[in-house]
Design a protein around this ligand. Structure first.
Ligand SMILES: [Zn+2]
Length: 309
């Protein structure tokens, strides 16, 4: 990774830069009385076939073109919420602990200017430091969602990135991540959560609940059995952080399900249930891996679920 590839952080869109494929490093809006920021924690490139499961390439490449290694450009978007308890962060990107070969295979571009990764740069652009965070919520523990939970310091020691935060994870996801098999192990690295457990900052929760006022966990199984989305509610407005239930806007059609999902038929039913609620209750959906679109409401028309025209 070269430093030239890194963006200069500023609020709002950042058109025309060397990483124009990742629009906007930090975008800000209100959900009711809560101020929320979408922070682009980095770019990654994953195999287009794996990202769209049974959907043939001639269809998916019209939505997101593939590079010469058949990979598509994705982002790793975290959500920072200014809450009465303090700053709350949903997901943490991939972090700084993986080696060069790993970053090449997955096309990871996230080296920071002001901190270890783009995530810390995004926080800095908002005038915030990792020490300021009160809570981190992991949608699940895959490396591109929970990798930024911990940081390798200049001394080589791996520590929690956010020393004053409680880290909230689903117990079922933690079980799954700590009991891997040949198909699931490549996505789970214990250094992304073990230092958090060791420091006493990890809190495991079970299923759907109000974590703090206005922020609810919603179990959304399929991608993994313990995968959760986060529903944010304030003054009658609602936003939903989908994580890997629908990683990009191209994944809104029900059968466009990732090959990575461990229970794709469960994903299908979870998507049907959640996207139906999103339309009925006019949720703003947050797309974690979409390189361009951070958030949008959705509609249901004759063709199925999609973005408003
Ligand atoms: Zn995942």
């Amino acid at each position: 990774m070269t430093t030239e590839a890194n963006p200069v952080f500023a609020r709002g869109d950042r058109p025309g830069g060397p990483l124009d494929h990742l629009v906007g490093s930090v975008q800000t809006r209100q959900i009711g009385s809560l101020r929320v920021h979408a922070i682009q924690a980095g770019g990654q490139r994953l195999d287009g076939g794996a990202m769209f499961g049974v959907v043939p390439k001639p269809l998916w490449e019209r939505r997101i073109p593939a590079d010469d290694r058949n990979r598509i450009q994705l982002g790793m978007r975290c959500l920072l919420i200014e809450h009465a308890i303090g700053l709350v962060l949903i997901d943490t990107g991939v972090g700084n602990k993986e080696n060069e070969k790993f970053c090449d295979i997955y096309g990871i571009e996230n080296t920071g200017h002001q901190g270890p990764t783009w995530l810390e740069d995004g926080l800095a652009s908002l005038g915030k430091r990792p020490e300021d965070l009160a809570m981190v919520i992991d949608s699940h523990l895959h490396f591109d969602h929970a990798g930024g939970n911990t940081t390798r310091g200049a001394d080589g020691v791996i520590r929690p990135t956010f020393p004053n935060a409680r880290y909230i994870m689903q117990r079922r996801e933690h079980e799954w991540a700590t009991h891997t098999n040949e198909r699931t192990a490549a996505s789970y690295f214990p250094h992304n959560w073990e230092p958090v457990a060791a420091s006493g900052q990890m809190e495991l929760i079970d299923g759907d609940r109000e974590i703090i006022a206005g922020i609810h966990s919603v179990l959304t199984p399929g991608h993994t059995p313990g995968h959760q989305g986060l529903l944010i509610e304030s003054d009658g407005e609602r936003a939903f952080y989908l994580a890997d239930l629908a990683p990009t806007t191209a994944h809104l059609p029900l059968p466009w399900i990732m090959g990575y999902d461990v229970e794709p038929m469960v994903t299908l039913e979870t998507k049907r249930r959640i996207l139906t609620r999103a339309v009925d209750e006019q949720w703003l959906l947050v797309f974690e891996h979409d390189a361009k679109t951070p958030w949008s409401p959705i509609i249901l028309d004759g063709k199925g679920f999609g973005l408003p025209k």
